[in-house]
Design a protein around this ligand. Structure first.
Ligand code: DGL
Length: 271
């Protein structure tokens, strides 16, 4: 039994989709979240820059006494999971493999779609694992670079003309390919799930990379005797590298709870 917190980070707000699921599945655990809102997006940057940013994010989180770190970012999980895992003394969990496993289980026609940031799609991370787990699967992949800025600006709702237009433009090839499962390979994208589901229709299963990893977090904690035995709801602490007020405003919407005056700004470049 271990009362230390779980550290969670992302380039911005997207990792809150993981926090939301952690709160649902592991409500007693303490969570420390860092969103690198001053440097988002990561997905259009080089692997070297993404690794450097990720190391700084982890260095900041490790100023706390943590029992595990969740890379709640498809981009960092695709580019830097191995290095970060090697450098950390506690378990590090990424979002790619859990999402691929969920997609492999969900697909019936073995036609799977994958959307993510440019770096994630270019890395081939999801496809590589999917082809191993379920060889013969036809994968249609596409980068959707406008999705992250839309979400970071609070534009994610179905019925928002701009959102619906961008969704239709990006997702048309998936309709044509006849996929029955779409992996939302960036943790920002589940916030667009209603718009995406509305366009693709109910026959296409959406797999949230943000949520899928929580099963793995649960298993890793259980296997290593790291679950908390504290009663009640765990504590939450939020940190961002840009305006805490902006973070709080958007995070309150995403989490469905008021977190005003709870976020703290940090200078991530100093880590
Ligand atoms: N949430 C990040 C991901 O899962 C967004 C990346 C970005 O900042 O571009 O990939």
């Amino acid at each position: 039994m271990d009362k230390r917190a779980i550290g969670v980070f992302d380039s911005g707000m997207g990792g809150l989709t993981t926090v939301r699921e952690l709160e649902r599945r592991l409500p007693h655990e303490d969570i420390i979240y860092f969103g690198d809102t001053g440097r988002v997006p990561y997905g259009s940057r080089s692997p070297e820059t993404i690794l450097r940013y990720a190391r700084q994010d982890v260095a900041f989180l490790r100023t706390f006494d943590l029992k595990a770190i969740v890379i709640a970012c498809g981009t960092v999980s695709s580019i830097a999971l191995d290095e970060i895992s090697k450098e950390c003394p506690v378990p590090v969990i990424g979002v790619v493999e859990p999402a691929v496993k969920a997609a492999a289980e969900a697909t019936k026609n073995e036609k799977v779609g994958l959307i993510g940031t440019q770096s994630t799609i270019a890395s081939g991370s999801y496809e590589r694992i999917l082809r191993k787990i379920r060889p013969g699967t036809e994968v249609t992949a596409r980068a959707c670079p406008l999705f992250v800025p839309l979400v970071e600006n609070g534009r994610f709702r179905r019925g928002d003309a701009l959102v619906d237009m961008v969704v239709a433009e990006y997702l048309e090839p998936f309709k044509e390919a006849g996929v029955d499962t779409l992996v939302l390979g960036c943790t920002h994208y589940p916030l667009l799930a209603e718009a995406i589901g509305g366009y693709l229709g109910p026959e296409v299963s959406l797999v949230s990379s943000g949520a899928a990893c929580v099963e793995t977090v649960h298993r890793v904690l259980a296997d290593n005797g790291l679950e908390t035995d504290a009663p009640g709801v765990g504590t939450r602490r939020y940190f961002a590298s840009d305006s805490p007020e902006s973070f709080e405003a958007l995070a309150s919407i995403f989490l469905g709870e008021d977190i005003r005056h709870q976020a703290v700004q940090i200078a991530i470049e100093t880590y």
